[in-house]
Design a protein around this ligand. Structure first.
Ligand code: FES
Ligand code: FES
Length: 163
């Protein structure tokens, strides 16, 4: 099958690669770029394990063709740590509040929560539940995920108020 050249920015790095028209973004990320943080749960747009940020929006990368992301800016969970390598407030929140058990859903949860906090820096419990409703978790019962997002919101807002 013929391939198309695409250019992307992934976690701040310029990437130029050849993809087949049928290649899904999740497969490009995991198999082409060795970014295995985004997970494949359902491949039918239900579970959210493959969620990444594309041009400032949350997308389920199992339902985006790689060619559709041409020219775009992508952030995966691998791009979430602070510049010095320390955990971001969301990553820290998931750890401190026990927002994960098996961890399979966690990269997608963190990426969706990241966008949610950009859209709504101080969400209520209900807004967090609604904002993460496209991401499924089989282990936690969600309560600690909500606490993790609130932890991150508090930390980000305190840091911004101090600046
Ligand atoms: S793998 Fe993409 S939504 Fe489940
Ligand atoms: S922590 Fe296991 S699926 Fe969410």
């Amino acid at each position: 099958m013929s391939k198309t050249q695409i250019k992307l920015t992934v976690n701040g790095k310029a990437v130029e690669t050849l993809v087949e028209p049928r290649t899904l973004l999740i497969h490009l990320l995991r198999e082409g770029l060795s970014l295995t943080g985004p997970h494949i749960g359902c491949e039918t747009s239900h579970c959210g394990a493959c969620t990444v940020d594309l041009n400032g929006r949350s997308v389920k990368s199992c339902t985006v063709f790689a060619v559709q992301a041409d020219g775009g800016e992508i952030v995966t969970v691998e791009g979430m740590a602070n510049a010095d390598g320390s955990l971001s407030p969301l990553q820290e929140g998931f750890m401190q509040e026990h927002g994960l058990q098996c961890g399979f859903c966690t990269p997608g949860m963190i990426m969706r929560a990241h966008r949610l906090l950009q859209e709504n820096p101080d969400p209520s419990d209900e807004e967090i539940r609604w904002g993460l409703s496209g991401n499924l978790c089989r282990c936690t019962g969600y309560q600690n995920i909500v606490k993790a997002v609130k932890y991150a919101a508090k930390k980000i807002n305190a840091r911004e108020a101090a600046e």
